[in-house]
Write a protein that binds this ligand. Structure first.
Ligand code: CAO
Length: 432
């Protein structure tokens, strides 16, 4: 007797489009063969056969919208054992968030009532809400359930943030080495945020987070809870540097190039990385080795209407100040026009996050792992500085260096900012 094949748990998608039907009536398929491809607004994924058999009827066509539980085709089982055990009870009483092979019916056991959902496999404290919302294919969901991994905690490294099997493996490896966020007797255990009806207290409007918001949020959360942060503050006297910069501005403005303070900061940071090579490192995946880099790629945090992105200026040590200023103008435009490619945002050594154009006196940036330090820059202002006899008005630039205390000691943090300050306060021509 033919069984129904239903769309398994594909995550929190209400409707995805069928973009490919990979089998025809009469085809013989093996368990796990791909049957159809569906596409959400993020990426495509394939729906596999729950067991081997012959396709007897197609229930979807190209362009149809399907969701979890949609009937896609009928299959006459070949008699092979289904790929997963199934409950004897029919769909209605099965758990909602299920393993990704719902159509793995056992026709021998319940021929009339092919269960629509299989029981969860080893659901070790999985948060079903965030699991359902995670962006991953059915096979990755199955793999995660087998390992008891909560997909909601995994950062997706695939296209458009999709979680791949490699991401799940890396997550497990990390948990094994460092202790994970959801293990008993160790790691971070926090109460889930309760669901709150904010409308109870007044008018509200719900707006979806952008994809960039969601991705950045996951990375920042991971970095915040896994890296022991220390932030070192300093103020740098940029009176002379600012005068020098302002003198350069008109000439380059005619060529459409903005000579900004940030370009000088990039050069100063490169000098800092050369002086203190430990700031130009990353911990490897085992957490046992430091990788020293001989290249100098500087990330620049750029605020866009869709969220924060960090394009990278490559080989900043080999570029002049004007070249860096030109490139920064270009990447800022690219970022705001959503034209950055993943490669434009990879391979950074240290990130600079400047809020100087906006305001504020200080802030504590979060390290952009796998980098080990990030420089936050706030708005420069004239301050009275004691010269031994009287106060001089000086333009002081607030610097905030957050670093990974596993790699960098406090003394080195202070040495780095002191060095940076002295470079910025020194001869401006040295930074050209
Ligand atoms: N002190 C005083 N004035 C400053 C300054 C500082 N530290 N930094 C910039 N300014 C001035 C500039 O000189 C410019 O003035 P003019 O218009 O008179 O030339 C003005 O502020 C605006 O600068 P800008 O912000 O457009 O340019 P920028 O080169 O300083 O920064 C960029 C470029 C892309 C970094 C910035 O636009 C941006 O996106 N910043 C936000 C980064 C961010 O969100 N970080 C937070 C990450 S942690 O959540």
């Amino acid at each position: 007797m033919a069984i129904e094949i239903l769309v398994p748990d594909i995550g929190d998608f209400d409707g995805v489009e069928v973009i490919e039907v990979l089998v025809a009536v009469g085809d013989t398929v093996q368990a796990e063969d791909s049957l159809i491809s569906v596409e959400s607004d993020k990426a495509a994924m394939e729906i596999p056969a729950p067991q081997g058999g012959v396709i007897t009827e197609l229930k979807v066509a190209l362009g149809d919208q399907v969701a979890e539980g949609s009937l896609i085709m009928m299959l006459e089982p070949s008699g092979d054992a289904p790929a997963a055990e199934v409950p004897a009870t029919p769909a209605a009483s099965a758990p909602v968030a299920a393993a990704p092979a719902p159509a793995r019916a056992a026709p021998q056991a319940a021929p009339q009532q092919a269960p629509r959902r299989a029981a969860p496999m080893a659901p070790a404290k999985i948060d079903e809400t965030s699991f359902a919302k995670a962006y991953a294919s059915p096979s990755v969901r199955k793999f995660s359930r087998e390992l008891g991994v909560n997909l909601g905690s995994v950062v997706g490294g695939g296209r458009k943030g999709r979680i791949t099997q490699e991401d799940v493996k890396a997550f497990v490896k990390n948990v094994m080495i460092h202790g994970g966020p959801a293990t008993d007797g160790g790691g971070l255990q926090v109460e889930p945020m309760p669901e709150i009806d904010f409308g109870k207290w007044g008018e509200v409007e719900s707006k979806k987070l952008t994809k960039i918001n969601k991705l950045t949020g996951k990375f920042l959360h991971r970095n915040w809870v896994t890296i022991p942060h220390v932030t070192q503050f300093d103020d740098s006297d940029i009176t002379e540097l600012e005068a020098f910069r302002k003198a350069m501005v008109p000439e380059y403005k005619e060529q459409g190039i903005r000579i900004t303070m940030l370009a000088f900061l990039v050069k100063a940071v490169v000098a800092g990385l050369k002086e203190f090579p430990r700031f130009n490192t990353s911990l490897d995946a085992s957490g046992e080795n430091l990788i020293y880099k001989s290249y100098y790629n500087i990330g620049i945090a750029v605020d866009t209407p869709d969220g924060l992105v960090v394009p990278v200026i490559r080989d900043a040590d080999k570029k002049s100040l004007v070249e860096i200023a030109t490139e920064m103008g270009e990447i800022s435009i690219k970022a705001r026009d959503k034209k950055l490619k993943p490669a434009d945002m990879q391979g950074g050594c240290l990130t600079i996050s400047s809020l100087g154009g906006i305001g504020g006196t200080k802030f504590t940036p979060i390290v952009n792992a796998p980098e080990v330090a990030i420089l936050g820059v706030s708005r420069a202002k004239i301050q009275p500085v004691w010269n031994g006899e009287s106060f001089d008005p000086k333009l002081m630039l607030p610097l905030a260096l957050s670093y990974d205390h596993r790699v960098i000691d406090g003394a080195d943090g202070a040495r780095f900012t002191t060095f940076l300050s002295s470079v910025l306060a020194g001869a401006p021509e040295e930074l050209l």
